[in-house]
Design a protein around this ligand. Structure first.
Ligand code: AMP
Length: 121
């Protein structure tokens, strides 16, 4: 599937819609989720056009992968979850219930997050 350049995170990266930025560098942007599901809910995205974790993992350059991984700790410190902990989630594809087709890592914390997964009945 081709990357959809009209997805909402692509628009954020192009500056077409605003975001509540937590951190930014050459390869990564982190911003607060518009519908937070925990006291801390930050999304980390690569600036490159990767539609999912699967796509990013297979195709991103080493520089992009290193920058993204390092940004997790940086953002966690900025968000205050580095000591108390958090959950990192990358919903991927249809079974993973991914809604926005630009790779993003959810960082959820600031409180106890609860059980790991809930499967439909
Ligand atoms: P997912 O289901 O993993 O694709 O999650 C997409 C996430 O993007 C959801 O948690 C949404 O609340 C969030 N989201 C959608 N639009 C925006 C936006 N404009 N700014 C920040 N977060 C957004």
């Amino acid at each position: 599937m081709a990357y959809d350049t009209n997805n909402i995170f692509a628009k954020i990266l192009r500056g077409e819609i605003p975001n509540d930025t937590v951190y930014e560098d050459e390869h990564v942007l982190a911003f607060r989720d518009i519908r937070p599901q925990a006291r801390v809910h930050v999304l980390l995205i690569p600036k490159g056009a990767y539609e999912s974790l699967e796509d990013f993992s297979a195709k991103a350059s080493e520089a992009e992968i290193v920058a993204f991984t390092r940004a997790i700790a940086t953002v966690s410190k900025l968000a205050g979850t580095d000591v108390t902990g958090y959950r990192a989630i990358a919903n991927t594809g249809a079974d993973g219930h991914q809604e926005v087709p630009h790779f993003h890592l959810h960082l959820l914390g600031g409180q106890r997050i609860g059980r790991m997964v809930s499967l439909p009945e």
